[in-house]
Design a protein around this ligand. Sequence first.
Ligand code: ITT
Length: 196
Amino acid sequence: MKKRKLIFATANENKLSEVGKILSDDYELLSLKDIGVTEEIPETKSTLEGNALQKAKFVHDKFKMDCFSEDTGLEIAALNNAPGVFSARYAGEDKSDVNNIALVLKNLTGVQLREARFRTVICLIESGVQFLFEGMIEGKITETAAGSAGFGYDPIFIPSGHSQTFAEMGFEEKIKISHRSRAFEQLFKYLQRVEV
Ligand code: ITT
């Protein structure tokens, strides 16, 4: 059977490789690089939903092809759900995984309440129609970073019911339960239903 091509409107290689591994063999994932998009796609909205829609719409308007995007944020209760939609650039001009993590830990110094969640919102544009899917995982922010697998805030997030950070548990364990996997489960369920 011919594989269905899906364009993933992301510039983040870590997201691409995670999704590539959870995608069934029925699909071929195309990245922005694969379709020749090299410019940075604007992300100027104030919600994950808004940014996901903005990224998918940018690619759809340009190429008139079905595509999806996702926006992910770490929402920390004691910080009024920050960094949230600003997760990628929490440390401002000095943004990097290391600096973003350092700022979170600094802002949580002395704070006992460390509840947090990762939330992923996917926007699919199919035949010009927009669909949103969401996945979430709850957990806690550690006192110090631990582990070297994964990316982003993985070294400081312990999912509820576990004792290791995402970065300590490693890829295989992370994708069994992650916010991203849960959101993509919803997307794949939808795509399969449409194809029947
Ligand atoms: P796009 O091209 O898809 O927009 P991005 O890197 O800009 O990629 P986001 O806007 O969704 O991604 O930013 C989310 C940030 O949150 C990202 O830079 C990571 O630092 C972090 N993040 C996203 N998913 C994560 C995960 O599964 N584990 C840990 N941190 C994650």
